[in-house]
Design a protein around this ligand. Sequence first.
Ligand code: GLY
Length: 269
Amino acid sequence: MATVRLDQKSRALTRAIPNTFDRALANFFGTGPTDIELAKQQHRAYRQAMLDEGIEVTVLPSDAKHPDCTFVEDQAVVIDGHVLLPVPGHPSRVNEQPPIAEFITRQLSGTKICRMHGDARMDGGDILRLGDLFFVGRSSRTNDAGIEELRDLLTHLGHKLRVIDIPDHALHLTSISSTPTDSVILAPEGFLPKDAFGELPDGCEVLWMPAEEVYGCNTIGLPNGKVLVAEGYPNVLQAVIDIGLEPIVLDMSQIREADGSLTCCSLFF
Ligand code: GLY
């Protein structure tokens, strides 16, 4: 989940892979999953990897009516214990939200839950957090009205927001970048201009990876110095080792076929 700092990652919500996963939207990294049992196995391994590192993991039941329901990151934005429920940017994904909203509302009872309205659209996968600096992708899923609603919340919390235009050949900002630590951004060459993230706070940097390792740029850093990385991206693997992290390598091949990355499958709260 891209909207929490490392020290805020103690509980993660996930949602099981539905039997209809082969019908998930797939227009970028994949052409659609072909082996649902393998996808389920990969998702179990993903959950187990987080459990093994001390993260409390909840699994919501899948919803066969919503083939993309596993990608919970898009359905709620949790920032410093505050929650923004976006209107997801693809119509087929809007009704995935109620069970996630209900769970988060119960867990964070006492918290004010904001809901997007009107024409505002946003997928949580378009938000990236580097310490206390936030980036949002203006994408096929996230529009200017959605960005302004996010900005309102971040301003209220005292955080800054920078907008990044996502190229047509990418889905979300977090499809092409991640923050394995609170001071490092991983991003692929050729997808974003080199100044896309702007001037970063002291001690922060962008590590540019070869374009062909774009999928590998999505990682999940954990509070104990370990990092989840997708199998098959040697430059990304070396980069996280070089910054002192211990990688946990996961086979994400069938989840990638549905355009899903590591962060898409969890919502830290
Ligand atoms: N398949 C993930 C998405 O398109 O939202």
